[in-house]
Ligand binder design. Structure first.
Ligand code: SF4
Ligand code: SF4
Length: 89
């Protein structure tokens, strides 16, 4: 089975480091990336205001194959301090 990225949105804190890391590693230009973070909410749940985050991958994502080839993690995986993004083989 081909490797793929698994995204755990429940852990996401909306820091946008993955977007910055992707754009920088792949030289995509200002404010461009192949992973996207967006807000889900805010919404009222049982009287509490909640805000969650959605993660989406573009078809352009290469899994940072050049990094995987030398035994390193993709840039977004490496820079996500909340450990939301994993490579699954
Ligand atoms: S794996 Fe690499 S190319 Fe794909 S979203 Fe993450 S940083 Fe971008
Ligand atoms: S780096 Fe991790 S915590 Fe930050 S926005 Fe991306 S997925 Fe969420």
């Amino acid at each position: 089975m081909a490797a793929r990225l698994v995204l755990d949105e429940a852990r996401c804190v909306g820091c946008f480091a993955c977007e910055v890391a992707c754009g920088s590693e792949n030289e995509l230009g200002p404010a461009k990336s192949w992973i996207h973070v967006s807000t889900d909410g805010p919404q009222l749940v049982n009287g509490n205001l909640t805000l969650a985050w959605k993660l989406r991958l573009d078809a352009g994502c290469t899994l940072c194959a050049h990094l995987l080839a030398r035994g390193e993690q993709p840039s977004c995986v490496h820079h996500c301090m909340a450990h939301c993004i994993h490579v699954e083989n």
